[in-house]
Design a protein around this ligand. Structure first.
Ligand code: MCF
Ligand code: FE
Length: 403
């Protein structure tokens, strides 16, 4: 059992409780948070201007692309996609043990205790299965060629089985349907059925670019040229609303949603799905900015994630939320900061189906501690000051153990 004492403790509970000069008692799980808690053998006072909060959760990454620094081309979605097709093989071959370790280390230093990993090949499994961080491993399905559906499905099943065979308390399995433009509806249906039977969380990229919007609405635009060039298949296979509807009665997170329409947001809400917002990725691929005000007004839960190093320069989640704070110029920084901390803790935990993300009795003891440069007298400013001044944490506990 451990007891920590800090100047500020953010619970990230329903009421957004922030305690001053308070304590937290935990073993594997959180036992109690409050003042004057019972004595225990290991007690640490973290000192002046110290903060305790739930460890962060990066809901959406693609670590298999972690070798990318300067290979992929930014500034336009289709140009980026073409550069992915060109460099994918060599990026994967060059990302081995060290490359994954570096990526995980960067997240760990920024206070991340868990991440959602999209895997398109399964080759990353051997490198990350012993990660000190918790993983929700989303086996990705991608492909629209009717002649290849069976091979793709069999390959997917083999990867899914392998990942299911190593499940443990720190490694959970999910399914990723790449996007409405890149997966054949027959595969979508089969795979959603598996997710339902096995109760697995799902992630899918949705309405990321204007090109995707135009292709799915009209069957025209840059995606038409892209499909003709690579796949000789020039017809969109599903309507966006019909796509969302398929995820009814599953636990799904829609990634990006920059070009989603009102009726699509409403459908996402109706089926109780959530959104993952990746602002730096969206900026680098130059697709625009998710309308967070709309997402909030429609009461849809959102998490904030880095996406992979395929569309980001860093996997540091504090940097990601600081960038979000600076990008959404229409929203008040103080209140946006509160929502952004929720987005990388409790909302991300819900998205991945984890028992962490808030400091409440019975939750996993996934906790970070760090120090602010000075006192924050009015605690209503604390979330904003945390986002402005934190890059790395002092301590990270996962299931009550310091890592
Ligand atoms: O989220 C970003 C941008 N949108 C779509 N896909 C990816 C992202 N980062 C990596 N990807 C992967 C995706 O999982 O790139 C491939 C897929 O395996 C694109 S399709 C060849
Ligand atoms: Fe992504």
């Amino acid at each position: 059992m451990i007891k920590l004492k800090a100047s500020y403790i953010l619970l990230m509970d329903e009421k957004y409780t922030i305690l001053k000069d308070a304590e937290i008692l935990f073993d594997k799980k959180i036992i109690e948070v409050g003042h004057n808690l019972p004595k225990c053998e290991k007690e640490i006072d973290l000192g002046t201007n110290s903060v305790i909060m739930p460890a962060l959760i990066n809901s959406h990454t693609h670590l298999e692309f972690s070798h990318n620094k300067t290979h992929l081309e930014y500034g336009d979605f289709i140009i980026w996609l073409n550069s992915v097709l060109k460099h994918r093989e060599s990026l994967f071959v060059n990302c081995k043990g060290d490359c994954f370790k570096k990526a995980i280390d960067e997240m760990k230093k920024s206070g991340v205790c868990a991440f959602g990993e999209i895997s398109s090949t399964g080759d990353d499994l051997k490198y990350i299965k012993h990660s000190p961080l918790k993983i929700v491993y989303f086996n990705e399905i991608i492909g629209t060629n009717p002649a290849a559906l069976d091979i793709l499905y069999q390959d997917f099943l083999a990867r899914l089985d392998e990942s299911l065979s190593i499940q443990n308390e720190k490694f959970k399995v999910g399914i990723s349907i790449h996007s409405p433009y890149s997966v054949h509806p027959i595969l979508i249906d089969k795979i959603i059925e598996i997710a339902k039977t096995k109760n697995l969380p799902i992630q899918t990229h949705f309405m990321e670019s204007k090109a995707e919007r135009r292709w799915l609405d009209e069957g025209e635009g840059e995606f038409k040229l892209f499909f003709e060039k690579h796949f000789k298949n020039a017809k969109p296979l599903i309507k966006p609303l019909e796509f969302i509807e398929k995820f009814k009665n599953t636990k799904t997170t829609f990634i990006h949603c920059v070009y989603a329409k009102d009726e699509e947001f409403e459908k996402i809400k109706e089926i109780k799905a959530s959104i993952a917002h990746c602002p730096i990725s969206n900026r680098l691929l130059n697709v625009g900015l998710l309308d967070l005000e709309k997402v909030k007004n429609k009461s849809i839960d959102y998490s904030v994630a880095t996406d992979g190093l395929s569309s980001n320069y860093s996997l540091n989640l504090f940097k990601e939320i600081r960038t979000s704070l600076l990008m959404h110029i229409g929203l008040h920084p103080k209140y946006l900061a509160k929502d952004l901390l929720k987005a990388v803790t409790i909302n991300a935990a819900k998205s991945l189906g984890l028992n962490n993300g808030s400091l409440e009795t019975g939750k996993d003891a996934d906790i970070i501690t760090f120090k602010l440069p000075n006192i924050v007298k009015d605690i209503s400013n604390l979330p904003l000051q945390i986002i402005l001044h934190t890059n790395e944490v002092d301590k990270l506990y996962i299931n009550g153990k310091e890592v």
